[in-house]
Write a protein that binds this ligand. Structure first.
Ligand SMILES: NC(=O)c1ccc[n+]([C@@H]2O[C@H](COP(=O)([O-])OP(=O)(O)OC[C@H]3O[C@@H](n4cnc5c(N)ncnc54)[C@H](O)[C@@H]3O)[C@@H](O)[C@H]2O)c1
Length: 332
């Protein structure tokens, strides 16, 4: 079975491409390298001993998609290609709507032309917006609070309508919680552009000496230690969720991919220090506007329907994040 992975040199896409190849799938990657490096394709080949076909280009380029679909008999698409910065989406909404939503339309049109009707889509827990449900199930109210989240909900809507128009489609919407970690080889991982907006890349940059300390934004939340609680999931577990989705989801399927367990900022810092032996200086700072106290998944639907469960520990998430960051930042 041949799978087209859009955004396949990015953080989650590269881990998924590696897991697909290790599981015996053939992989074709298309990525415009707006947030990743071409060398990732070679690293995937080093990890797996197999070469993915690799096209550098944009999912908005329908002529390129025609080339890919005519050169390969694609059975299914996993669609990661998107821009993902919440602050950048607020300052440049047109870019985000164009890249994410128009990019998805362009991809779906090409799939339609070549009668490829299987797609697994990278959605996000941000589609839930602010929710009091704890844990968050797939039927929690949808109400994104930023442009990035709006693009994700729009793309979900496009794909859902496509399925409704033709039930031969298999459309799986995977709503990720907070992916961290890296492949255990240390060859692929997350490379944040600019100042990291997420906790783990910030911690690894402090550990690598690129930043003096971690600002803990909000220490007075209604949580056991006052800091924000999130559902962190190892990126390799997340990648494996896509394979389970390809294999087990039929028709329209919507699944949360998280562990179902929340960890606070202080717990993550402590676990990172224990896993790596590197001390992370912390400074208490005010809450960031819009941040929630506590946010974690109810992954039971993915557990039962897809037969998928996150297996990796917080210790592994921290150790693997640091192994990659250490080598990427030249500290190994
Ligand atoms: N990382 C997270 O915390 C998180 C959480 C929820 C959902 N997601 C979603 O998962 C997907 C992958 O996220 P990631 O963390 O791997 O991001 P990433 O930026 O590392 O990967 C996305 C890849 O897509 C490429 N790309 C972007 N626009 C493209 C286009 N028009 N044509 C071709 N390639 C394009 C980028 O160059 C990049 O390599 C995204 O859709 C993101 O919105 C990520």
């Amino acid at each position: 079975m041949k799978v087209l992975v859009t955004g396949g040199t990015g953080y989650i896409g590269s881990h998924t491409a590696a897991e697909l190849l290790m599981s015996g799938y053939e992989v074709v990657i298309v990525d415009n390298l707006s947030n990743s490096e071409a060398s990732v394709a070679e690293r995937i080949a080093r990890i797996t001993g197999k070469n993915p076909a690799f096209y550098i280009g944009d999912v908005l380029d329908e002529a390129l998609l025609d080339r890919i679909f005519s050169e390969h008999k694609i059975d299914a698409v996993i669609h990661f290609a998107a821009l993902k910065s919440v602050p950048a989406s607020m300052s440049n909404p047109l870019l985000y709507y164009h890249n994410n939503v128009s990019g998805t339309l362009s991809l779906c049109r090409a799939m339609h032309r070549y009668e490829v009707k299987n797609i697994v889509f990278s959605s996000s827990a941000t589609v839930y917006g602010i929710s009091d449900d704890k844990p968050i199930g797939e039927d929690a109210p949808l109400s994104p609070k930023n442009v990035y989240g709006n693009t994700k909900l729009m793309m979900e809507t496009v794909l859902t309508d496509l399925y409704r128009s033709d039930p031969e489609w298999n459309v799986t919407l995977l709503r990720y919680f907070n992916p961290i970690g890296a492949h255990e080889s240390g060859l692929i991982g997350e490379v944040p552009a600019g100042v990291p907006g997420n906790l783990m890349p910030y911690i690894t940059q402090v550990a690598a000496g690129l930043r003096p300390h971690l600002n803990i934004t909000g220490t007075d939340y209604d949580t056991p230690d006052g800091t924000g609680v999130r559902d962190y999931i190892h990126v390799v577990d997340l990648a494996r969720g896509h394979i389970k989705a390809l294999e087990n989801s039929r028709g329209l399927g919507i699944y949360n991919l998280g562990t179902g367990r929340g960890y606070s900022v202080r717990e993550i810092v402590r676990a990172f220090e224990e896993a790596t032996g590197v001390k992370i200086p912390c400074v208490e700072a005010p809450r960031r506007p819009g941040d929630l106290a506590c946010y974690f998944a109810d992954p039971s639907k993915a557990n039962t329907v897809l037969g998928w469960r996150a297996e990796k520990t917080l210790h592994e998430m921290c150790a693997d994040s640091w192994r990659f960051a250490k080598s990427y930042y030249g500290k190994a």
